[in-house]
Ligand binder design. Structure first.
Ligand SMILES: [Zn+2]
Length: 268
């Protein structure tokens, strides 16, 4: 007699009524039936697996959508904690931020500031990519590229991006305040676009990370963000940032160019 190929239990005789009235070839097939639930369980597991795959696929598409509309260069998308120097204090902080982001309900933002080339961009990109791999929707915006995009594509581009800025789990604005040569005509336009971006995120009540070479200071007078973005004595951009982001000074070793140590070594 047939046995279940999973648990080995013998099949039992089928007790449905009028089995004898069925055609022979069917009768043959259902005369004995499994006396266990292995098949049902297999089926259930299979369905659960398919459902999991479907959810995972949805998540991947959702994450990809944000990745696609992010305005950053490719270097940004390749930054990973695995390739980081995790002895750097700010990298430890970045990793802890990312891990807590996944488990805590109430999320907070950060303002990473410090000298050029200290790895702020890399650290924030690591956070973004790590969270995307875990299924969070992250938008990464290089401010210079973003403003260029808006100046090229009038109208809808800003509206589309702001709509996503409102929705996604985390927004990262990189290279905040590096654009130069703000001539008088464009200063107002740029300031307005930057304010729209930050204010939209502010109203969503969700976290924002900003990385900037500008030096932040609690004293408005000494704060380079004030200096760069105040318009007619108003500090709307700085005010919003302070409301959303905890300032963290990043003082890593400079990664770009020749370090002081290298130079001194050469000169000795
Ligand atoms: Zn079985």
């Amino acid at each position: 007699m047939k046995k279940c190929k999973y648990c080995g239990k013998r099949y039992k005789e089928n007790s449905i009524e009028h089995i004898e009235k069925l055609p022979d070839f069917i009768k043959e097939k259902i005369k004995f039936i499994p006396d266990c639930s292995c098949l049902e369980e297999m089926f259930k597991r299979e369905m659960e697996k398919l459902e999991k795959e479907r959810v995972h696929e949805c998540m991947k598409n959702r994450v990809k959508k944000y990745k696609d509309i992010s305005v950053v260069d490719n270097k940004f998308l390749e930054s990973r904690f695995e390739n980081a120097d995790m002895s750097e204090k700010y990298m430890i902080l970045a990793k802890r931020y990312a891990d807590n982001f996944l488990v805590k309900n109430k999320k907070t933002g950060m303002l990473l500031y410090g000298d050029v080339g200290t790895g702020k961009t890399f650290a924030s990109a690591c956070i973004g990519n790590y969270l995307m791999e875990k299924g969070k929707t992250v938008m990464m915006i290089n401010l210079g590229l973003y403003l260029n995009k808006l100046s090229r594509e009038f109208g809808e581009a800003e509206k589309d991006i702001l709509k996503q800025i409102e929705k996604c789990d985390l927004v990262i604005i990189d290279d905040f305040g590096t654009e130069k040569n703000l001539d008088d005509n464009s200063t107002g336009w740029r300031a307005e676009k930057i304010y729209n971006l930050i204010d939209t995120r502010y109203r969503s009540g969700k976290p924002l990370i900003i990385s900037t070479n500008l030096i932040f200071n609690d004293d408005e007078e000494k704060c380079e963000i004030t200096e760069k973005f105040s318009i007619q004595g108003k500090n709307r951009i700085r005010d919003r940032i302070i409301d959303m982001c905890f300032p963290v000074r990043v003082t890593g070793k400079s990664r770009r160019g020749i370090t002081k140590d290298k130079f001194l070594e050469f000169m000795a």
